[in-house]
Design a protein around this ligand. Structure first.
Ligand code: GRF
Length: 194
């Protein structure tokens, strides 16, 4: 096994169940991605993903945004914590916070996100229902660099799924999520092998 020293260091930010985070942990343990996860940080202390990270032997940190009186002060504290781990990339995996322009600028070119739509379509929330309502035949997910504009940075990779006639937002979300789990590791791999 390659030593961690030659591996890219990742810090993953989550807010919830962390299934995308787990797919990245799995890809690393199968040696499909030459990276190591230096830490997982959640802005929600009750995020289920923190437990999965701990179980995988990864440092899992909770930084409750409610303890800060402004978006700026939270983002500052978050960046300070992240930088202790000297990451090559910061991976947003279901991190449900709008980030300040200063934070995004600080990680320019190093900050990645996964969004459940074929960007530039359906930025923001409720992407699955909006795709169904618009009569789309195709939907999917995108991994992109994060810029100050919400869900707007350059796309690294996308995965598509068909929209079925009887799809609900839930069934479509499940089909997209299954794709997300191979898309995120593949996009990270693409970046690391450039
Ligand atoms: C995913 O649908 C992702 O595209 C979006 O938030 C969800 C996170 O799910 N950004 P999980 O926490 O990775 O399971």
């Amino acid at each position: 096994m390659t030593s961690n020293q030659s591996r890219a260091r990742l810090v993953i930010l989550i807010s919830g169940r962390g299934s995308n985070m787990r797919s990245i942990i799995d890809a690393i343990s199968k040696n499909e991605i030459k990276a190591s996860i230096a830490a997982v940080i959640s802005n929600r202390p009750d995020a289920a993903g923190l437990i999965s990270a701990q179980e995988a032997g990864i440092e899992a940190i909770s930084l409750d945004h409610k303890a800060y009186d402004s978006r700026e002060s939270f983002d500052k504290a978050l960046a300070k914590k992240i930088d202790e781990f000297k990451p090559d990339f910061v991976i947003l995996a279901g991190f449900m916070r709008i980030l300040t322009a200063n934070f995004v600028e600080h990680y320019n070119g190093k900050l990645l996100n996964i969004h459940p739509s074929l960007l530039p379509k359906y930025k923001g929330l409720d992407t699955h229902q909006r795709a169904i309502d618009a009569g789309e035949h195709e939907h999917g997910a995108s991994v992109h660099f994060v810029t100050a504009e919400l869900d707007d940075g350059p796309v690294i990779m996308q995965a598509k799924v068909p929209v079925m006639q009887d799809d609900t937002a839930e069934t479509l979300a499940q089909r997209v999520l299954a794709q997300e789990h191979s898309l995120y590791p593949a996009a990270i791999k693409k970046l690391l092998t450039k």
